[in-house]
Design a protein around this ligand. Structure first.
Ligand code: COA
Length: 623
């Protein structure tokens, strides 16, 4: 057992209840599933102590004192009762958090999915000399996705491991044939897993805003090969040379507006059956037209691709050629921009990243497949619309154009060093990047801020994430030392202290000992029991602690792929990175309407900070 395992491995009190899916599973992918522990409810005092520690760098002494008193009263009064209620709520459940999290983080959220919640992922850009090359690539990409799905269907994926611990693999089962459906107040999530009867066999293709269903299996049960898919794609592209009504743009809207249009649309023509086809489809593929004109004319190729993946770059570009409620939406641009936009509610980035890694490897391979027998033709899904829907589509177009134009993205490949350098100085690469980002932000803004980094809690049944609060007293001390001192030894020591503090927080968060989900649970259990929301949660410091000016995430991929997302607050930054052996690929986002933030400035500060950190270790091993 590693130190981490000894410290944080939590055996369940009794064997966890298994959902039907896990009991039925025999393949190696779920071989350990039943033995995974359940997410613990951390000790109350531990959470409160950590909370005070984490707010100390972002509060004035007066604010801190006031909050410490509120926390003290909470520990003496309602805290223990709420904690006990939470432990009771956890009894007998596979996860005390999973349903709450799905609803509060995703399905109850009324702002648009697009930019706010759905990430984009940028794959390597291609050069297509003709439509045929473009469609041949799209066909191979589709076949690569089906190849991965087959591995999941056969439960053949290796169990993932983090810090020596096996991870819950359920999210892999939830990425294909899944869709979010808008509804008033709370959306729904539907999933058609492969172990259910009549599992879906089709994908949906969108071209020029027109929708087609394509059955990717023959009657012999074999997937269509690339040539067969290519032929059908050519046919549907020639059938959709004119631009259809932009129904897909409705999925960019506020969830209540979209839910209202959705209900109306479902009553017209065959639309209800078209919705059903899209929801059940294995995935959606957007064949994007070539387009000139972008919402960010000065942007480089990488950044433009990120814009196309994140939201379609506006209604004049590709934002209408989408279905942003679909979990997996592959994008194959005629301009060579390739990637995905994914709806976040069923899964985190890593399963999608593994899928894309597999697809990149498949695309680069010589793999050829036999043709399937008994293929069927494409089916066009023509939406019937009326004047009200036309008006709603115009509104959605205006809104996504305004929202998209406000987003500033900077994609960058930092080639000064990668994971190998961090390892050579015996430090965690992730912690190094996070500490460098703390320094970059400090240099950009002159002060620290509440920072979110996703930590996977998939060591537990149905685990999702908790927060690594990357802004620590040690990270602030490092930033101040870099500013105030020119003594390299002092700076290097402050850096190592900050990295260790980050590592300690990470180890606790992945072991279910983070504070954010526990604090959320204490609030939700109060509400469920008709009690007042505690003062602790109403304190302005609490709002400040959850106002993440820096929202960050590592999504590692073996291939040069990077995820991107928007800032989570109006005056914040989004930052996602893929640390590779000798480079770090990342995208920074900000809102142009905020005059305090600038994604290019933060990118520059980050590159500078990374190089300054490297300079602290001049005698490090050769890279
Ligand atoms: N000395 C030498 N090597 C070290 C080291 C040290 N002190 N510390 C770490 N390393 C090595 C690791 O062994 C690992 O090696 P590998 O490349 O051979 O696998 C590598 O450096 C990376 O480790 P590290 O940078 O510390 O990161 P991690 O893999 O532990 O990941 C998190 C940290 C927080 C990203 C991870 O725990 C996590 O939670 N990931 C999921 C995040 C997520 O869900 N994001 C998506 C949200 S949508």
């Amino acid at each position: 057992m590693t130190v981490l395992q000894r410290l944080f491995y939590c055996k369940p009190a009794k064997l966890p209840r298994m959902p039907a899916l896990q009991r039925a599973s025999k393949g190696r992918m779920f071989s350990i599933q039943a033995d995974l522990p359940r997410l613990p409810v951390p000790p109350l005092q531990q959470t409160l102590d950590k909370y005070l520690k984490t707010i100390s760098p972002i509060t004035t002494p007066e604010q801190y004192q006031k909050t410490a008193e509120i926390v003290g009263r909470f520990a003496e009064n309602e805290g223990p009762e709420l904690h006990e209620l939470l432990e009771k709520h956890a009894e007998g459940k596979d996860s005390w958090l999973a349903d709450w999290w799905l609803n509060t983080a995703y399905l109850d959220y009324r702002a648009p999915n697009v930019i706010n919640s759905n990430p984009g992922m940028v794959m390597p850009t291609q050069r297509f000399n003709s439509d045929e090359e473009w469609l041949a690539y799209a066909a191979r990409l589709i076949r690569a996705g089906i190849d991965y799905k087959q591995q999941i269907d056969n439960e053949n994926l290796e169990v993932e491991v983090l810090a020596g611990q096996p991870l819950c693999m359920i999210q892999y089962y939830k990425i294909f044939s899944t869709c979010r459906i808008p509804d008033l107040k709370r959306d729904r999530l539907v999933c058609y897993p492969p172990n259910k009867p009549n599992a879906p066999r089709h994908i949906v293709i969108i071209h020029n805003n027109q929708f087609f269903s394509l059955d990717v299996y023959g009657t012999d049960g074999r997937p269509l090969n690339e040539k067969q898919i290519h032929k059908l794609l050519s046919k549907l592209v020639s059938k959709s040379q004119t631009v259809g009504p932009p129904v897909g743009v409705l999925t960019t809207g506020n969830r209540n507006s979209w839910a209202t249009s959705h209900k109306r649309l479902a009553k017209l023509g065959n639309n209800a059956s078209h919705f059903d086809k899209i929801e059940k489809s294995i995935f959606v593929v957007c064949l994007d037209k070539p387009y000139s004109g972008t919402q960010d004319p000065g942007a480089d190729e990488f950044t433009l691709s990120a814009r196309q993946m994140l939201y379609g770059d506006g209604s004049h570009a590709c934002s209408t050629n989408r279905w942003f409620d679909k979990t997996l939406q592959f994008i194959v641009g005629r301009n060579g921009n390739i990637g995905i936009n994914y709806e976040h509610s069923p899964a985190e980035g890593p399963p999608v990243a593994s899928l894309l890694d597999h697809m990149c490897n498949y695309l680069a391979s010589e793999k050829e497949n036999e043709a399937a027998r008994g293929t069927t033709d494409i089916e066009q899904l023509e939406f019937k619309i009326d004047k009200t829907i036309e008006a709603a589509m115009e509104t959605a177009k205006t809104e996504i154009d305004l929202f998209g134009a406000d987003v500033q993205l900077t994609g960058h490949i930092f080639d000064g060093f990668g994971k190998n350098f961090a390892k050579s100085i015996k430090q965690s690469p992730d912690a190094l990047i996070q500490v460098a980002m703390q320094l970059a932000y400090y240099r950009d803004q002159g002060h620290p801020c509440a920072t979110y980094e996703s930590a996977s809690t998939r060591m537990f049944q149905l685990g999702r994430t908790d927060t690594i609060r990357s802004c620590t007293p040690a990270s602030l001390a490092f930033c101040q030392t870099m500013h105030d001192s020119s003594d390299r030894a002092v700076q290097a020591k402050a850096f190592v202290d900050a990295v260790h503090a980050h590592r300690e927080y990470t180890a606790a968060a992945v072991a279910g000992q983070g504070i954010d989900r526990h604090l959320l649970g204490l609030k939700l259990i109060a509400i469920e029991n008709g009690m007042n929301v505690p003062d602790l949660h109403m304190d302005p410091t609490y709002s400040k602690a959850f106002h993440f000016n820096l929202s960050t995430s590592q999504v590692p991929c073996k291939n040069p792929i990077v995820l991107c997302f928007g800032p989570v607050v109006p005056d914040g930054y989004g930052f996602c990175y893929n640390p590779r052996s000798n480079e770090i690929i990342f995208v920074v986002s900000a809102f142009k309407n905020c005059d305090k933030t600038d994604s290019q400035n933060l990118t520059n500060r980050l590159c500078e900070s990374l190089m300054d950190i490297k300079a602290l270790f001049p005698t490090s091993a050769k890279l």
